[in-house]
Design a protein around this ligand. Structure first.
Ligand SMILES: [Zn+2]
Ligand SMILES: [Zn+2]
Length: 364
């Protein structure tokens, strides 16, 4: 009798928890309105294999990416080039292999180049730029934060790192999210999304003075140490690949040839033709933020017109807040768009890359 009462109470508690978490289920995109020009690739950046502290190998990461619907992934193991020769096409998934270098100032991603250079951050960034690659600051305000100035040759900056999303949650939220995972696939993760204000503030202050590309990283390991040398493959690569993406807009369609497509992808990244998105909140196909052809205004398309708030930033300061999409004249400056879903709170959904209007001079 007492046991069945307890069972009823637990069932109600569990259902109540599901109800709370379910408020963060993904929105279904109005697919008919979306324009997919085939040039935008969805990818995941910054992940670890068995060559450092991850649990999967290149093959299994590519498979997880394919299941999650990604076009590309960038593997970045700690301080090793062991996986470099495994880059290539795995089915339709373009797999790039870079490195996460431990420097004296913090962790730096090296993408698109193979460099030595030890632990000096300036040297690693310079060699990466000289090698045609992209050096990026990893988790600037994470567990291992970036200490000191950002070297001149750094071209990208992680403003989103999955590892930061859950570490600031209370144990109760984590437990309730974990309990809901078997039933709700994406909602428990969506619930933890928050804007990293410090990372964005630093990004904005730097990007006024130099070309800097914002990146969203999954920092996936699929490995939690549970003692006795055992690893729990959690959170899985695939769930992270569905949730946090860097979308890259190519200059021309991909060809299927690895070297050609790798160059197209790196060029688009270098030029900042990206948007970062929590696709677990709803697919972001059709998102577009660009200068008008005469470069006197901006045009912004978002997948949903309703229950979406867009904040437009100019030179790092909030310039305009609009509902859904927008187009209009814009004075010279460096612009970014941040799109939020209106749920129980405003949840960040899409961050555009920077778009420059006119020849706005760097501020002193
Ligand atoms: Zn790191
Ligand atoms: Zn990492």
């Amino acid at each position: 009798m007492r046991a069945s009462f307890l069972l009823i109470v637990l069932t109600f508690l569990y259902l109540g928890n599901l109800f709370v978490v379910a408020r963060y289920r993904p929105w279904r995109s109005p697919a008919a309105e979306l324009v997919d020009d085939g040039l935008v690739l969805a990818g995941a950046l910054h992940m670890h294999t068995r060559y450092s502290d991850g649990s999967g190998d290149t093959q299994s990461l590519a498979r997880a990416a394919s299941k999650a619907g990604l076009d590309f992934i960038v593997i970045t193991d700690h301080n090793t080039h062991a996986g470099y020769d495994e880059a290539g096409y795995y089915g339709d998934v373009l797999v790039l292999v870079g490195e996460e270098r431990t420097t004296d100032a913090g962790h730096m991603l090296v993408i698109g180049a193979r460099v030595e250079g030890g632990r000096d951050p300036g040297t690693v960034a310079r060699l990466t730029a000289q090698g045609g690659g992209i050096a990026a600051i990893a988790h600037p305000y994470g567990r291992r934060s970036w200490e000191g100035p950002v070297p001149e040759d750094v071209r990208a900056y992680e403003v989103v790192n999955a590892d930061n999303e859950w570490r600031d949650e209370s144990p109760l939220t984590l437990l309730s999210s974990l309990a809901a995972l078997p039933v709700l696939r994406d909602a428990p993760w969506n619930r933890m999304i928050a804007r990293d204000d410090r990372a964005w503030a630093t990004f904005d202050s730097l990007s006024i003075l130099r070309t800097l590309v914002p990146l969203a990283s999954v920092d996936a390991h699929a490995a939690i140490e549970i003692g006795f040398g055992k690893l729990l493959p959690f959170p899985g690569y695939e769930s992270l690949f569905r949730g946090i993406r860097t979308h890259v807009s190519l200059a021309s369609p991909r060809t299927g040839d690895f070297e050609t497509d790798r160059a197209l992808l790196l060029a688009a990244l270098q030029e900042g033709r990206v948007h970062l998105a929590y696709d677990g909140l709803g697919e972001t196909t059709g998102f577009r933020f660009a200068a008008t052809p005469d470069s006197t205004g901006l045009t912004l398309s978002v997948p949903f017109a309703k229950e979406v708030i867009t904040r437009l930033y100019r030179d790092g300061a909030l310039w305009r807040e609009v509902e859904g999409g927008w187009h209009g004249a814009a004075p010279p400056g460096l612009y970014r768009a941040e799109v939020y879903q209106e749920r129980t709170r405003l949840i960040p959904w899409i961050y555009s890359g920077p778009v420059r209007i006119g020849e706005s001079l760097p501020r002193p």
